[in-house]
Ligand binder design. Structure first.
Ligand code: HEM
Length: 417
């Protein structure tokens, strides 16, 4: 269906500086407050990123870049950048999971693992995972929401993500009553959050103290201990079963499961509630109701503007010259994905794909997010929940999450108008 010209270039669109114009629009203002509530240093870092043309060295932190092309050049160059040395997330996980991480997270084993797990999350399997894990709970939420009850979407997102973990990893399910089942899923989410928070405060240093390592190992065992027994017989609609069918070993499956927990819980929940807030704050929900064919763009734009993983760290492996700067082996670089993605402008459900950014919100290169299709399917189902009946909603109240690794709403109550 052709897109009307006035929809492609709305009159109220103006070029915003994503950092300094933070309070130029309600949507931007809320995103800014959300980022600073999570980590007060984030807006400062994003602001500094505006001056990194294309790279800048920040004392105590290392190099930063918010230029999409430089960002992709860094993430696509495994000969000069690694996430395994100090400063990278691989180094962090090696201390918790063991030295095999060095082989599997970034070494030759990583390429092999990614090749074999390529089919784990396709558009089709992801839609099926969402349907399988969420159908009943979403229907419950839809019934009360469409009847006019308020809905805390941030809380629901955490429940749904917890439920996805249980479903994907084949963990023993919750109890029979829906209230206590929700609590069981909230608890799983919190556990994933605790594991990921191991990384809090490691922007400048990834050496973990022994007590953090011990606690993280306890959590990993709790979440993946069952895989030893389940591996041989797990069904194909769990990740464990799919991994086995795709030829992954038991150790690879356990490692990947841990990674899914850490990489795919807070990020996904953050995106869900923030998408709802963006649809309301920008008024874009009305255009989406009128033009449901913009659904794909609505989801892509939500991922771009929220960029739930706002920074990606790497270590320099070997000296190189990039963007007119000389980087030395052992230095660190932080890719500011939130800033890089937000330079393109405000949330627009009909904004065309931006070739220069591609899907930088999912990273790039060999570590490009494995769960991208699942995240998109999850977001599409949330937008469907919010607007599926063709009626708009409003945000009744909101609270930003404080001191969290991934910026997110603690609470976002929405209601049909
Ligand atoms: C909105 C949601 C999500 C966002 C914004 C996101 C973002 C990212 C980013 C930026 C990376 C690259 C990190 C780096 O290069 O250091 C990544 C990696 C990864 N993500 Fe996601 N992610 C999301 C959801 C998910 C989900 C739902 C899953 C699976 C359940 C998942 C699984 C992974 C895995 C396994 C990796 C590591 C890939 C590798 O190292 O080869 N992610 N994600």
């Amino acid at each position: 269906m052709p897109v009307a010209e006035d929809l492609r270039a709305p009159a109220r669109e103006r070029t915003l500086n994503p950092v300094t114009d933070g309070f130029g629009s309600s949507a931007r203002a809320h995103e800014h407050r959300l980022l600073s509530a999570a980590r007060p240093a984030l807006p400062v870092l994003n602001w500094l990123g505006m001056f990194a043309k294309p790279l800048m060295k920040v004392p105590g932190l290392g190099w930063i870049t918010a230029d999409p092309l430089t960002a992709r050049a860094v993430l696509n160059d495994p000969n000069h950048f690694t996430l395994l040395s100090e400063g990278g997330v691989g180094h962090l996980w090696a201390q918790i999971l063991g030295p095999w991480v060095y082989e599997l997270f970034d070494g030759p084993g990583h390429y092999d693992l990614r090749t074999r797990s390529r089919e784990l999350f396709t558009e089709k399997t992801s839609a099926a995972f969402v349907e399988h894990a969420w159908h009943d709970r979403l229907e419950d939420a839809r019934r009360t929401f469409e009847a006019g009850e308020p809905l805390d979407l941030a809380d629901l997102s955490r429940i749904l993500v917890g439920q996805m973990v249980v479903s994907l990893l084949g963990l023993p399910a919750g109890t029979s009553s829906s209230e206590s089942t929700d609590d069981a899923y909230r608890e799983i989410f919190r556990t994933g959050e605790e594991l990921a928070s191991t990384a809090l405060g490691t922007t400048a240093d990834t050496v973990l103290p022994p007590h953090k390592i011990a606690r993280a190992r306890e959590i990993v065992e709790r979440l993946t201990g069952h895989i030893d027994l389940a591996f041989a017989t797990a069904s194909g609609d769990t990740i464990i079963g799919r991994c086995r069918e795709l030829g992954l070993t038991l150790q690879e499956t356990k490692g990947l499961s841990t990674l899914l927990m850490v990489a795919g819980t807070e990020t996904a929940a953050s995106a869900m509630a923030r998408t709802a807030a963006l649809l309301y704050d920008t008024g874009e929900q009305h255009r989406l109701i009128e033009h449901p064919e913009f659904m794909e763009g609505a989801v892509r734009e939500a991922l771009r503007v929220t960029s739930p993983a706002p920074i990606i760290g790497r270590s320099v492996l070997a000296d190189l010259s990039i963007g007119g700067r000389e980087l030395k082996a052992g230095e660190r670089i932080v890719v500011l994905t939130w800033t890089a993605n937000n330079l393109a402008g405000e949330y627009r459900v009909d904004r065309a794909y931006i070739p220069q950014n591609r899907q930088l919100w999912f990273g790039a290169g060999r570590h490009l997010c494995l769960g991208g299709p699942l995240a998109r399917a999850e977001l599409a189902s949330i937008v469907g929940l919010l607007l599926g009946d063709g009626r708009p909603f409003r945000v009744v109240s909101r609270r930003y999450g404080r001191r969290v690794l991934i910026p997110a709403y603690e609470s976002l109550v929405v209601q049909k108008v």
